[in-house]
Every structure is written in C-alpha cells, then in structure tokens.
Write a protein that binds this ligand. Structure first.
Ligand SMILES: Nc1ncnc2c1ncn2[C@@H]1O[C@H](COP(=O)(O)OP(=O)(O)OP(=O)(O)O)[C@@H](O)[C@H]1O
Ligand SMILES: [Mg+2]
Length: 304
C-alpha cells in the first residue's frame, strides 16, 4: 500500500509540474500553427492549380499563334518564289530583244543609241541576277534547293572563271591571280553552285578593292577536302560587322563599302551553298588591308 502511494505521489509530482503545462501549451500552439500552415499550403496549391490552367491556356494560344506564323511565313516564301519565278520570263524576253539590238541586225546604232542599249543591258543583267538571288534565297530557306553532285576538277572551273572575270578586273585596274594546283584531288560538288560561290566571292573581292589592288584565288588539299581561298587587298570589313555579313541582306556599315550597290544576299547564298555541300566558310579581314574568304568542299573520294 505504501508503495502504491509513493508511486502515485511520484507520478502526480511528475505530471503536475508547471513545465509540463507550458510544454502542453506549446504543443497545442504548434499544432494550431501547423493547421494554419496546412490550410495556407492548400490555398497555395489551389492558386498554383489555377495558374497552371492559365499557363496551359496561354500555351495553347501561343501554339496557335505559332502555327499561324509558320503558315504565313510559308505563304510569304511561296509568294516570293512564284513572283520571282514569274519575273524571270519577261526579263529573258527583254534580254533577248536587247541582244537583237546589239547584234546589229536592226542596222548600225549611233553612239548614243549604243550607250543607251548597253545601259539597258547592264540594268537588265542586274535585275536578272537579283531575281536569281531572291529565288535561290527562297529555295535555300524552304529547304528545297537540290544539289546536282558530280566529280569536278576545280582548276578547270577557276581557269574558266578567271577568263570570264578578267575584263572586269582590268576595267577596275585590279590584278586577278589564280594559284590552284593542277594535281588537286577532284571535288564532289554541284558545278553550277560551286561556280556561283566562286563568282560571288570574286565579284565581292573586285567590288570592294580599290584600283591597283590584287585579288587571288588559291586552293590546297586537306584530309578529305579542299580549302579554297579568295583573298583581296581591299577595304576590309570592320570587326563588328564580320559576324553578320553572312546574314540575309546584311551589308557592312563601313563608309568604304556603303557606296557599292548590292542586295546583301550574295554571302548569305554563298554560305548556304557551301554548307549544303557539307563544307564550311569563314573570313579573315583587316580594315584597310583586305579580306580573305576561305571555304571547304569535300573531295570526290571522301564519301563519308
Ligand atoms: N571582299 C570584301 N571586302 C570588303 N567587304 C566585303 C567583302 N565581301 C563582302 N563584304 C561586305 O559584306 C557585305 C555583304 O556581302 P554580300 O555579297 O552578301 O552583299 P553585296 O555584295 O553587298 O550584295 P550582293 O552580293 O547581294 O549583290 C557587303 O555589302 C560588304 O559590306
Ligand atoms: Mg556580293
């Protein structure tokens, strides 16, 4: 009996301390806090869910807008492709008529008439080139440009081109040099497109090089590819513009080149064509000293 009482006293003493009261209070306070935090959490969860639904809605709207934009862009490309294509036929007719005049079959032309006809000829040629550029740019953009790959000797192509461009170089007082080794491995390329790449680079070099300068075309083999360079001693390209010149319609802002006419499509097309061949193009340039454009084209033996 004594033992039981002692034990009860012991227990009572244990339970009734003030510390235990405050511990209980603390516990129930924490409990209340917890309940509150839980309800706040629940509220937040609901808010998040609402936000999520809104996000999903905006996402859907964005997707729709995106699809519309893509459709519009495709329509724009198609329109461009069709109109440029349609422009080519009348231009070919005009060009034919001009040839008729210059051939002398309509009788001898006076000096003034000759001047006018040659002005018409130059401008028609510019227009034809512009239309061709637009057409190619639109084909490259839509991914419909196809390569007609063949085995090509670069030297034959550059010899041809040099002959073709010598009169223009001479007119501008620029030396046009070519150092393409004859024993270069043959390339795997589309002849017309490779020609286009070279014409674009050489005509830029001639365009942006002052009288008395030099333009040289060279090439060297390198594991599975050939590295072709077109270098000039021209005005050069400011460092801040080098990054952009391969973009559509981009032209360097320097005063030295601004006066030259052009659309700024040349290098865009050039880079796309090189990359379509599996090659790469880069430029090193120094203002006032000149520029060197270098591109690579796989050799015929290097079929992956
Ligand atoms: N060899 C070069 N020397 C100096 N600047 C150059 C040279 N090649 C290109 N550029 C600069 O890069 C720009 C873009 O060249 P790109 O060939 O794309 O256009 P463009 O020659 O102006 O016009 P297009 O070739 O379409 O008739 C040029 O306007 C010029 O500012
Ligand atoms: Mg150009």
């Amino acid at each position: 009996m004594k033992l039981v009482r002692a034990r009860a006293d012991f227990l009572r003493g244990f339970v009734n301390t003030e510390e235990d009261d405050s511990a209980l209070e603390e516990l129930s306070r924490q409990n209340r806090d917890l309940v509150q935090v839980l309800s706040e959490l629940e509220e937040k969860r609901e808010q998040l869910e609402r936000l999520n639904t809104k996000l999903e809605e905006s996402n859907n709207e964005l997707n729709q807008a995106n699809a519309q934009l893509r459709e519009l862009s495709a329509m724009k490309e198609e329109f461009l492709a069709l109109t440029t294509h349609d422009l080519r036929s009348p231009l070919a007719v005009i060009s034919g008529v001009i040839n008729f005049f210059t051939s002398g079959r309509l009788g001898e032309l006076t000096g003034e008439q000759k001047n006018m006809v040659s002005m018409m000829e130059r401008n028609t040629q510019n227009l034809i080139e512009l239309v061709n550029d637009l057409l190619d740019a639109s084909k490259l953009e839509s991914g419909t440009m196809r390569l007609d790959l063949a085995t090509i000797e670069l030297r034959g192509l550059t010899d041809d081109l040099r002959q073709q461009m010598l009169p223009l170089a001479a007119e501008k007082g620029i030396a046009l040099e070519e150092s393409v080794p004859e024993d270069l491995p043959p390339l795997r390329a589309d002849r017309a497109k490779l020609r286009r790449v070279l014409v674009n680079l050489i005509s830029n070099a001639l365009k942006f090089t002052p009288r008395g300068g030099r333009v040289s075309v060279s090439a060297a083999p390198e594991r599975g590819l050939v590295r072709v360079s077109v270098a000039d001693t021209g005005v050069g390209i400011p460092a801040e513009d080098v990054r952009d010149i391969f973009d559509k319609y981009a032209q360097a802002r320097s005063r030295a080149t601004r006066s030259e006419k052009g659309t700024g499509l040349g290098l865009y097309i050039t880079r796309q064509l090189v990359e379509l061949h599996g090659g790469h193009i880069e430029v090193h340039s120094e203002v006032g000293r000149g520029s060197t454009f270098t591109f690579t084209i796989p050799t015929a033996g290097s079929d992956e």
